[in-house]
Write a protein that binds this ligand. Structure first.
Ligand SMILES: Cc1cc2nc3c(=O)[nH]c(=O)nc-3n(C[C@H](O)[C@H](O)[C@H](O)COP(=O)(O)OP(=O)(O)OC[C@H]3O[C@@H](n4cnc5c(N)ncnc54)[C@H](O)[C@@H]3O)c2cc1C
Length: 314
């Protein structure tokens, strides 16, 4: 049975959904070890036990050299755990840390994975989800970044007790990046766009008013996304842009409203499990990839949908 290591830069009281998916995947490969590059609260340790994690390696944070510290912590954890496979989140920071350590330890890396089998064959989407590819490392430790929403978050039937050890990390003598100041972003009640199970996205068709898109997203507990036409117009922040030059999402349900479905837009959402498109133009390209299409005015369709969902929830 291969030994799996999961690496997090930080872990709060309750691991996020994307973190729980990483733990679920690691447990399906072998008895997982978790390494965290900062202090871990007691409540999180209990949560790790519920996912079958029997060992936790903690490298207390070094605020002034965040990147160097994460690199040193992951490198030390790979050596300490003797893991054959290391799974990390698919965000830019984790991808960079994993790729740099893969080079240092002469390993291999596969990004954007959606699954890893017990014999370490990695499945990933290629060309914006047009193809599914399977890859196997030819040697060394295998590093894998997992796309959120690819696997079902499932705790183990039986929780295990977690042994906690401090990880000896060599201090970076001259940090390449020094954090001068940090400012917490205003927290939204909505889930993170890249991790949400439901995304409702609006395009030029919303004509400057995202309130109906937001109301449907809130009724479904989802995140709000947008096309580039909408973000370029300044109707919504650039963080919300989905597509080739924005973020890639792969939720269980993607609702596209007033978006034509240009190739650069599709590149960021076409691996969604179920796509519902609302567009008043029956020939809009988005209908080519939609599982369900509604030809109609989003100003009528979105409020009706939100109202019906709220009525059924009541
Ligand atoms: C290099 C490059 C990178 C790019 N990267 C991205 C990217 O990351 N993401 C991205 O989104 N785009 C990207 N684009 C832009 C992309 O090509 C399209 O221009 C953009 O996606 C169009 O946005 P849209 O669908 O909202 O607008 P439009 O193409 O103008 O479509 C608006 C749609 O709304 C419909 N509509 C209008 N009113 C209503 C209504 N009341 N009810 C229902 N439907 C209505 C219309 O029928 C139409 O289909 C990129 C382009 C380039 C060249």
């Amino acid at each position: 049975m291969p030994s799996a290591l999961v690496f997090f830069t930080e872990l709060s009281d309750a691991p996020s959904k994307a973190q729980r998916e990483l733990l679920t995947l690691a447990a399906s490969i072998g008895e997982p070890t978790v390494a965290v590059a900062s202090e871990v609260p007691e409540a999180a340790v209990t949560q790790l036990g519920a996912y079958g994690v029997n060992k936790l390696l903690v490298a207390p944070a070094n605020e002034s050299s965040f990147l160097d510290h994460s690199l040193s912590a992951l490198e030390a954890a790979v050596k300490e755990s003797a893991a054959q496979v290391v799974v990390v989140a698919n965000d830019n920071f984790s991808r960079e840390v994993a790729a740099r350590i893969a080079v240092r330890v002469d390993g291999s890396i596969v990004t954007d994975a959606i699954d890893i089998s017990a014999d370490l064959v990695v499945t990933k989407d290629e060309l914006a989800g047009s193809y599914s590819a399977q890859a196997q490392a030819s040697g060394g430790v295998l590093f894998v970044t997992l796309k959120p929403n690819s696997i079902e978050d499932t705790p183990q039937a039986q929780a295990v007790s977690v042994s906690v050890e401090e990880l000896a990390v060599s201090a970076a003598t001259a940090p390449s990046v020094r954090i001068m100041a940090t400012e917490e972003k205003v927290a939204s009640d909505r889930p993170k766009l890249t991790e949400a199970r439901v995304v409702v996205a609006g395009g030029r068709g919303v004509n400057g008013d995202f309130s109906a898109v937001e109301a449907l997203a809130d009724a479904l507990g989802g995140a709000v996304g947008a096309s580039r036409a909408a973000t370029d117009a300044g109707w919504i922040s650039h963080d919300a842009q989905i597509g080739q030059t924005g973020v890639t999402v792969s939720p269980q349900l993607f609702i596209s409203a007033g978006i034509s479905g240009a190739i650069q837009q599709k590149a960021g959402m076409q691996t969604s499990k179920c796509i519902i498109a609302i567009n008043k133009d029956v020939d809009a390209p988005v209908f080519e990839i939609a599982d369900f299409g509604i030809v109609g005015d989003l100003d009528k369709v979105l409020p009706q949908a939100a109202e019906e969902i709220r009525r059924r929830q009541a």
